[in-house]
Design a protein around this ligand. Structure first.
Ligand SMILES: C[S@@+](CC[C@H](N)C(=O)[O-])C[C@H]1O[C@@H](n2cnc3c(N)ncnc32)[C@H](O)[C@@H]1O
Length: 278
């Protein structure tokens, strides 16, 4: 079915609302993308035009629809062990430093936050590595927080269920050890074992909300493939908040296409897309 035309005025309003509620910066070039992503939502709501839809978005009590709007616009694309070098670095450098550097280790519990965890492939990739490390390292303890603005993405993540084809990047030993094969109606799917799922604290969180729910600082923050959607002032503000949340010596990992070059920040770059607090 053909979508109604998206006028300049409606596009401007939608862009403004998306920015206000997520800091996702659409700019001028995203009109087609917005129209293609929102067409389904308009049909679901029975809106004949974008101005009808904008009417829904701007009336009082529109929070639920604004969440749908951000969900429709944001990109949830992710996969297990995306950007493999980050996981090698976790194994070879971050965990090694944690073992040998008492000041970095602090209270002895390794804490990690996956800050835009989408449907869970990123945090589970990290968690599988930490669980495997704990299995062979006496006394190693770890905790993990994960967050995303999208409730549906978080629900999918929390369930930990993936079709077999999504698991190709998971090393065989980790797949065999930490996934259950589905049977009956779940044939062809795998589920992350409960012992891993139970270790993770999930939060629905807008990275730009006033306060975060964390009590302790992190040794490692993954904030990958989300900053590209924000404008520069928002990126700077976010990096500053994350720096504040790192222990001294803690690491921030961003996506490989998201260097902090040109941003004002107080972290030291240790590798492409990897930064460290002094
Ligand atoms: C492309 S995915 C990245 C997933 C994963 N980090 C990776 O690199 O594979 C981007 C995620 O950022 C989330 N997101 C966008 N804006 C956000 C915001 N303001 N606060 C929290 N999460 C946000 C989206 O819902 C989406 O799940």
């Amino acid at each position: 079915m053909q979508s109604p035309p998206l006028t300049d005025t409606d596009y401007a309003l939608i862009s403004k609302l998306v920015y206000k509620h997520s800091r996702i910066h659409l700019g001028d070039g995203k009109r087609e993308l917005v129209a293609s992503r929102l067409g389904k939502r308009l049909r679901a709501l029975g809106c004949a035009s974008y101005s009808d839809y904008c009417g829904i978005l701007t009336r009082s009590g529109a929070e639920e629809e604004l969440a749908h709007l951000v969900d429709s616009i944001s990109t949830n694309h992710t996969f297990f062990f995306r950007e493999k070098q980050h996981f090698e670095f976790l194994q070879n450098t971050v965990l090694m430093n944690f073992a040998t550097d008492r000041a970095f280790r602090r209270d002895g519990c390794f804490r990690c936050w996956s800050a835009a965890s989408s449907t869970g492939e990123e945090p589970y990739s990290i968690a599988l590595m930490l669980a495997a490390h704990a299995d062979k390292t006496q006394g190693f303890r770890w905790e993990m927080d994960c967050s995303d603005i999208s409730r549906p993405a978080l629900e999918a993540a929390r369930s930990g269920i993936y079709p077999a084809v999504r698991l190709h990047e998971v090393p065989l030993d980790l797949r065999q050890k930490y996934f259950q094969r589905g049977i009956g109606a779940q044939t062809g799917r795998y589920r992350v074992k409960q012992e891993i799922r139970n270790k993770i604290m999930w939060h629905q969180l807008n990275l730009f909300q006033d306060t975060y729910p964390f009590q302790k600082k992190f040794h490692l923050i993954f904030c990958r493939n989300v900053m590209i959607y924000f404008d520069r002032p928002s990126q700077e503000a976010l990096v500053e908040r994350m720096s504040e949340l790192l222990v001294p010596g803690g690491y921030l990992k961003v996506g490989h296409s998201e260097s902090l070059a040109g941003l004002s920040h107080r972290l030291v770059q240790v590798k492409p897309a990897v930064y460290r607090k002094q």
